[in-house]
Ligand binder design. Sequence first.
Ligand code: TRP
Length: 390
Amino acid sequence: MGECAAARENVNPILPTGVREIIFPGALHQPIEDIMAEFQKLVFSGVQPTGNLHLGNYLGAIRKFVALQKDNDCIYCVVDEHALTAQLVHEDLRGQTRAIAAAYIASGIDPKKHIVFNQSAVAGHAELAWIFNCVARIGWMERMTQFKDKAGGKNAEQVSLGLLAYPSLMAADILLYRATHVPVGDDQKQHLELTRDIAQKFNIDFSANIRKEGYGIDIKVGDEPVHAYFPMVEPLIDGPAPRVMSLRDGTKKMSKSDPSDLSRINLMDDAETISKKIRKAKTDPDGLPSEPEGLKGRPEADNLGGIYAAVPDKTQPDWLGELGGAQFSVFKPALIELAVSVLAPITEEMRRLPGDTSHIDAILRDGGERANARAEKTMKEVRDIIGFLR
Ligand code: TRP
């Protein structure tokens, strides 16, 4: 059997270099533990081109994207197809798409070493999402808290079918590249669990075909050995600022849809605006505590201290040790200085980039072509696995 020969030699032209594929483990007369392979580590994430990016997006997501590119192969997407799920018609979708791409670049993502592109440029996203719509169950989608929050109370005529299916498109974004690690804010954790459910159901339902077509690898899911085509993605959520809260209400997330612009620091805000927003940020009459217990019931103090610490990557005990006892009148100017110094270079670059759309467009086009080449390989295999006639 030709497949076994390929397995014995440990090479398979279909898989990325370094990934072993064993098609018929039994034929090798080895215990299965010895032949476990791994999916090649690949980081994927996406940001929607809706509204202005703010400090929460930067600290919670983009800054993590930047850090990960040092040691990993990364794909960063502007998910313009996701933008249609909550609102169909956008005034300037192209401009918003370029703005997110500009923020990626301004924050330090290298589009030559890695891939930066917009989702709609690669047809595989929508194609795989359709297949996943048929893998996933409606009940899984209806249980998503983000869907319930957005659709809650509205009757079914008022939200799009796309809003319900949104996590299926997100799963397709990731699995189209068979990505293994996904940096996101903690609000996306549930969608990543669903991505694993979809991958697992696909792997199980199609396991015979995956073997027959000669694709997939033997991995362990928990203690279970399975022959898998899609990896089980790992969320990368931790970090000093997984959640940045509103400057006006420390119990609500900083959000682009908050009607008050004072609630957030936008990446496009100038130094004066940042300074005004932090000066007006809600606080309480007490100074900053030196022990974590002193933050109980004080979400604003917790949030502002957290932002201060997040930029230089300090832990809570670190910043409490440094700031404990300080009054907000002393602390706020320090926070303003820090926020301005971190954001100013990004803001400056972001303001410049959209003025030169040809530069951003060329980056996205190049990224789209490279993403498409990888996506096509997956789609060709997926079509074979499902049984679509070539
Ligand atoms: N749903 C994500 C959000 O709103 C954006 C997103 C779409 C994404 N596809 C993704 C994030 C794939 C990570 C991976 O923040």
